[in-house]
Design a protein around this ligand. Sequence first.
Ligand SMILES: N[C@@H](CCC(=O)N[C@@H](CS)C(=O)NCC(=O)O)C(=O)O
Length: 217
Amino acid sequence: MSDAGINRGIDLYTWATPNGRKVSIMLEELALPYRVVPVDITRGQQHAPEFLAISPNNKIPAIVDHDEGAQLMESGAILMYLACKSRRLMSSGGSLYWQQLEWLMFQMGSLGPMLGQTHHFVKFNAGKSAYAEDRYRAENRRLYQVLDARLEGRQFICGEYSVADIAAWPWISRFEWQEMDLRGFPHLLDWYVRIAQRPAVQRGYAVPQDLPVPMPD
Ligand SMILES: N[C@@H](CCC(=O)N[C@@H](CS)C(=O)NCC(=O)O)C(=O)O
């Protein structure tokens, strides 16, 4: 961790993971100025007391918005906070708001946690538990099918581009880790590429490490 604490604008505490990228992509889409504070979770920096004071669950991402005196952990809450602050990328009411919230919760409650388990058992601990590998591969595939069906006839998860897409997309960007072939999910593939082509998404993906967006063959 480095030099947070200039008392203006937004500090983003993050690392190169799907949950971190949700917030850097959102900030880039909104063109809000922010300072990146890398928290290297591979070296245990998420346990530093100064980070715990901002993110009590020891996890990135977190933000401090000095302009509003706000401090937040949990990527879904941060996306909603930024949407509310800017009045963009999430409806302020009505049925569209509830749809966007529904799909944001789907990401937070299902897509992220389950695909995270695929990364754990299939990518990083292959061979340790056949049961867990089978379970999370199957759940991974099922969740891709849910999104593929939702995207049939839609450009974006809730019709227009929103926090629902920004939350889900970075998890699908790990399709290689998940050993998933996007060509088996044509609507999801089109959506993935459509979002990958957005300059703000490419900039946000490269925070805090300058990595290119994975593209399917
Ligand atoms: N529900 C949280 C999950 C955050 C999360 O799992 N962050 C991971 C990286 S993607 C992390 O910081 N892991 C470090 C650790 O568990 O020690 C959110 O959406 O912000």
